[in-house]
Design a protein around this ligand. Structure first.
Ligand code: ADP
Ligand code: MG
Length: 144
């Protein structure tokens, strides 16, 4: 059972980016982040802030095509997955999913992780993104 460790009402993309930058200082390499939330709830925006907080200079793009974007910075990596188009766990295994998840020098940030939700993963965070009534308001909850 995971515990809620941080929560934010974000009122604009910049709030989400700043929150992700701050959080990035508290998440170590070897961790995995599952990002759960509807299309447009801010998962990719969060990833941009997270990567910039860790000093990655390349602009993060949405990884829908392909399924994985890899960013490197001084011998460390961010593996940004979007599993929306995967149809089975075996596809995840074929792209080397387990190797990425177990790389101690990498942080896996995974959009649409439902397919692998029950994997036994060390140092896993779940982040929930919820759209609120106002257009640009989101609630972000971090569970560890
Ligand atoms: N508070 C907010 N946090 C994050 N994105 C927001 C917010 N308010 C509006 N947006 C907009 O919502 C969209 C979020 O897109 P994106 O991060 O790609 O979402 P996802 O990856 O969850 O589909 C962007 O167009 C962004 O500008
Ligand atoms: Mg996205």
């Amino acid at each position: 059972m995971q515990k809620l460790i941080k929560t934010l009402i974000s009122n604009c993309p910049e709030d989400t980016i700043q929150f992700a930058k701050d959080l990035s200082k508290n998440i170590s390499y070897g961790s995995t982040i599952f990002m759960i939330g509807d299309l447009g709830s801010g998962k990719t925006t969060f990833t941009k802030g997270f990567a910039s907080g860790l000093g990655y200079s390349n602009e993060v793009q949405s990884p829908t095509y392909p399924i994985l974007n890899e960013y490197s910075h001084s011998n460390n990596f961010i593996y940004h997955f979007d599993l929306y188009r995967l149809k089975s766990v075996s596809e995840f295994l074929e792209i080397g999913g387990i190797e990425y998840l177990s790389n101690a020098n990498g942080i896996c940030i995974i959009e649409w992780p439902e397919l692998i939700y029950n994997f036994d993963i060390k140092n896993k965070f779940n982040i929930l993104f919820k759209m609120n009534n106002s257009d640009s308001s989101r609630t972000i909850e971090v569970y560890k």
